[in-house]
Design a protein around this ligand. Structure first.
Ligand SMILES: CC1=C(CCC(=O)O)c2cc3nc(cc4[nH]c(cc5[nH]c(cc1n2)c(C)c5CCC(=O)O)c(CCC(=O)O)c4C)C(CCC(=O)O)=C3C
Ligand SMILES: [Fe+2]
Length: 341
């Protein structure tokens, strides 16, 4: 298929509350039908209220969009899965403006149900809500794009300047072990999410010539009896301390911006624990504010609009690019069976 024309870019993200009264309804939207225990919700509500009920995520997305707009020859629209502007409303607005076929940039670099397939479900849901909706073509996963890797490598380098010597620890959002097992098309053998996180981490470490590092997980949710990817970042900081590690640099490789899980789970919880243990702690910046990130999005767009070559540093399939919410392949990243509640 040669280059085809597109008339807009839809920036599709998670969404977050912008005031205390938004927090509970936002959390209800995120967790509807997902078997997250009410105690966990109460706890997460407190994390948001600690920051006045405002997640930085919407502001950071608006800033990133402003940086991308001058680099792409398309109007950029903003829509979210869980909070306003909701993607259904944005899609209705796009249709009213005469948009016929749009590219979609999902603000996640990885495969897996939560990081990829759920954005396809958002596209399906939004199109079902808007009769005559524009065609929506999702951009590919970018965890191994050189600009993504360079951006993190630079931010780790800057964070590491605080110390003579440190242990580098990559962290990404945990998911249920069953969801990770089901990530990717069945023929690939599963674990596409954790394998991509490990590969991006390896690429960043290798760009810095750092041979020893760890890949850990954060922000575990769900009922305690269901296994999630481990170890947790806070437990890992304790384990490093027990081994005599003096300083740790945490690189949030699983996230593109400093949203709530970064400013709470890392900058608050993990940092406080390190301080109690007398360890040095520095957190590497996320790519969102880096001009390389805007450039990355522009390159992903150019792959589709002018057939520019896909720049990749790994041999993983450049998956995620599908039309109108189709999965990447049959049974790819099938949603896990959720406990009834
Ligand atoms: C893999 C992954 C990403 C990375 C990919 C991507 O970026 O999309 C991600 C991002 C995010 N997750 C976010 C927020 C939340 N995630 C939750 C719950 C969950 N996340 C999960 C996975 C992921 N999540 C899962 C398996 C659950 C359990 C419920 C379910 O199966 O769906 C809950 C419920 C409360 C709780 O239990 O924590 C909240 C509030 C925000 C916004 C933060 C802000 O407001 O700034 C962002 C960017
Ligand atoms: Fe999440």
């Amino acid at each position: 298929m040669g280059p085809v024309s597109y008339d807009a870019l839809l920036w599709l993200s998670f969404g977050g509350p912008e005031g205390p009264e938004d927090v509970r309804p936002f959390l209800e939207n995120v967790t509807r039908g997902r078997g997250v225990p009410p105690e966990r919700l109460d706890e997460v509500e407190q994390h948001y209220l600690h920051f006045g009920g405002v997640s930085p995520i919407n502001r950071l997305n608006r800033e990133a969009i402003a940086a991308v707009e001058p680099l792409v020859d398309l109007p950029v629209y903003f829509g979210n899965r869980n909070w306003h502007p909701m993607v259904e409303d944005t899609l209705a607005e796009m249709k009213a403006a005469g948009v016929r076929r749009a590219l979609v940039f999902p603000t996640s670099a990885y495969g897996g149900y939560s990081a990829c397939r759920q954005y396809d479900e958002d596209i399906l849901r939004a199109r079902a809500a808007v009769p005559g909706a524009p065609e929506l073509v999702k951009l590919r996963q970018f965890f191994d794009h050189p600009l993504f890797i360079e951006s993190f490598a630079e931010s780790v380098r800057v964070a590491g300047e605080a110390f003579e010597d440190y242990r580098l620890v990559f962290t990404a959002h945990s998911v249920p072990v069953s969801a990770d097992k089901a990530a990717g098309p069945p023929a690939e053998g599963g674990h596409r999410y954790s394998r991509q996180v490990a590969e991006a981490s390896r690429l960043v470490a290798s760009a810095l010539s750092i041979a020893e590092y760890d890949v850990v997980w954060q922000s575990r949710s769900g009922p305690p009896q269901i296994p999630w990817l481990e170890p947790d970042i806070v437990d890992h900081v304790e384990a490093l301390h027990a081994k005599g590690v003096a300083n740790v640099v945490v690189c949030p490789i699983g996230f593109v911006s400093d949203h709530l899980e970064v400013v709470w789970d890392l900058d608050t919880e993990a940092r406080d624990r390190a301080a109690e243990l007398g360890m040095g702690f520095a957190r590497a910046a996320t790519p969102n504010g880096d001009p390389r990130f805007a450039q990355l999005v522009a390159e992903l767009v150019a792959e589709m609009t002018s057939g520019a070559p896909a720049r990749k540093l790994s041999s993983f399939t450049a998956a995620g690019c599908t039309v109108n919410g189709e999965p990447c392949a049959p049974l790819c990243c099938e949603p896990a069976k959720r406990p009834a509640r």
